[in-house]
Design a protein around this ligand. Structure first.
Ligand code: SF4
Length: 308
């Protein structure tokens, strides 16, 4: 858990465990890591296809050296062979790290995806204190792709900055062109958001650039889920990204957004896309009641005819 990269917008800062155990916010590896691997083996025995994401409560790759020092093996070396040994479940490493020196010694497998979270260079310098610059992350992504791994990109959080002679349109145009050169399987787009106004207060206390939160609205989104950038601006930015992205090679997708946002951004809602099998919706999702309800409401928003 935790992460040493100290991004201003990181939600880990308001996770109760880290608020009360501040020193662990920078990262920890649990002593009972062998129990985690035993649980993973049990998880892998499930008969329903699943996707495991390493990178929700921590950066997915940054602890590879720490695992090597503590357990004798990098985390990638613990996990990847387990996933490579079967064909049902998949694993995603979500990361801002460029620590690929352990993973590059492993054979690529379609059961594992590396997903780099990137942003424009200006936003990264302003609001991400610790991680390597996005240009370096993209270089690591390119190397892994050339080695035969499936690579995805997360362009998140998009920020509507217009300051110091820098404008979001110029910055995102540049990074999208670089992403197009890479040609990832998928790009997940997300905009700045916060579950609680406490995030800004805690970020300031943690010495992070809390001025980023001035871009958020004073009220939560209609679903009462999060504070976000104003809807029209969010849609304008999503459209800008989607239209510039090379969609012949890369599938664009949104994360945890309402179907109305997909529609406004010119995208067809296609299920919880991290789970996509390539560009297709898994059968088990198609049979889920909530998914069916969306499809039945407006069939054009749903799964493509070839997946029906
Ligand atoms: S890299 Fe991710 S997990 Fe780490 S501080 Fe930044 S947002 Fe948080």
């Amino acid at each position: 858990m935790g992460c040493p990269f100290r991004c201003a917008y990181c939600f880990l800062q308001i996770v109760p465990y880290f608020r009360f155990n501040k020193k662990y916010l920078m990262g920890l590896v649990y002593r009972n890591w062998d129990q985690m691997l035993a649980e993973l083996d049990e998880w892998l025995s499930a008969t329903t296809a699943r996707m495991l994401l390493v990178g929700e409560l921590q950066d997915g790759l940054v602890f590879d050296n720490a695992y090597k020092a503590i357990t004798g093996k990098a985390l990638t070396h613990h996990l990847i062979p387990r996933f490579a040994a079967q064909r049902r479940h998949r694993l995603i490493f979500l990361t801002k790290s460029t620590l690929i020196k352990h993973a590059r010694h492993l054979q690529p497998t379609p059961q594992v995806v590396f997903s780099w979270s990137v942003n424009v260079e200006y936003a990264a310098r302003r609001w991400e204190i610790g991680p390597p610059l996005p240009s370096r992350r993209l270089r690591a992504a390119m190397e892994m792709k050339k080695r035969g791994w499936t690579v995805r990109i997360r362009l998140d959080p998009i920020i509507p900055y217009d300051e110091n002679g820098e404008h979001w349109r110029d910055g995102y145009a540049q990074i999208i062109d670089q992403i197009n050169e890479l040609g990832p399987e998928m790009v997940t787009i997300g905009a700045l958001r916060a579950t609680s106004t406490a995030l800004g207060t805690v970020a300031a206390k943690n010495g992070r650039a809390a001025d980023i939160f001035r871009y958020l609205t004073a009220e939560k989104d209609p679903s009462g889920f999060k504070y976000r950038i104003p809807f029209d601006k969010q849609v304008e930015m999503y459209r800008f990204v989607v239209e510039r992205l090379d969609r012949r090679r890369t599938v664009p997708a949104l994360c945890k957004e309402d179907v109305s946002v997909w529609k406004a951004a010119g995208l067809r809602f296609n299920g919880c896309h991290c789970l996509l099998e390539g560009t297709q919706v898994p059968r088990e999702l198609m049979s889920a009641g909530s998914f069916k309800a969306v499809i039945e409401k407006d069939p054009r928003d749903g799964i493509s005819s070839e997946t029906r």
